[in-house]
Design a protein around this ligand. Structure first.
Ligand code: DX5
Ligand code: ZN
Length: 221
């Protein structure tokens, strides 16, 4: 069954707690939290204090997308704040492999991600260290951008790797996901759909999430 991870970047931050409850009652599987440092990307969003403050509100896993330079500096703080998964960018400054090892040592699931302009082969050295690969289908930094088609072949590439090496590998996709692009990503091999604007703008998010969950080969499971 396809899992859905609403991106809180599109939530109303003046009532974050209610927004968490809203996605939970809509049937969300994971909470996608976008961390931006104003250096790796131009935007600045949330830090460990915010993650910690919402941790007690739900049991949904926190899928934390770190768009920050030298992520190793912060993985412990985000793990302690209650993250279940920590995903780092392959393009980030610093020792990415060491950051992934640190994440594993902290007992948190590890993920690697890449921007649309980065060739998928650049993930090769890291694939045996991760539980999740996040394919960015927009340039990291802002919500509400249009889906970039070149993500589809990257998903297929990672799916092939997963089939022969790690069938449990989660393949998530993030950026410009809606009911159509989401379906195409699942058909290419994605197991998780992260989406902000297309979900939060809806009055009935539950109906949409239920539809997305029907995508994929094992939807009836
Ligand atoms: C972008 C973030 C995304 C973003 C997606 O840097 O990683 O998670 O919230 O937003 P939409 O779904 O609006 O493209
Ligand atoms: Zn994200």
């Amino acid at each position: 069954m396809t899992r859905v991870a609403p991106s809180m970047l599109s939530a109303d931050f003046s009532k974050l707690g209610e927004e968490i409850k809203r996605i939970e009652s809509a049937g969300a599987d994971w909470v996608h939290l976008d961390v931006m440092d104003g250096m790796f990307v131009p935007n600045i969003t949330i830090g460990p204090v915010v993650v910690e403050s919402i941790r007690g509100l739900t049991r949904m896993p926190f899928d934390v997308h770190l768009m920050i330079q030298k992520p190793i500096r912060y993985v412990k703080m985000f793990a302690d704040a209650g993250s279940d998964m920590l995903t780092v960018h392959v393009e980030a400054e610093g020792d990415v492999k060491a950051a992934l090892k640190e994440i594993m040592d902290l007992g948190v699931k590890s993920g690697i991600t890449l921007n649309p302009g980065t060739p998928v082969e650049e993930l090769d050295p890291f694939l045996d260290l991760v539980d999740l690969v996040l394919i960015m289908t927009v340039e990291a930094g802002f919500g509400g951008q249009s889906f970039r088609e070149n993500g589809l072949s990257k998903i297929s590439y990672i799916k092939k790797y997963a089939e022969s090496n790690n069938p449990k590998l989660e393949i998530s996709v993030d950026g410009g996901i809606n009911r159509d692009t989401g379906k195409r990503c699942v058909d290419a091999g994605a197991t998780v759909l992260a989406a902000g604007s297309s979900l939060f703008k809806l009055n009935d998010m539950g109906k949409e999430i239920a539809l997305w969950k029907t995508y994929g080969p094992n939807a009836k499971e």
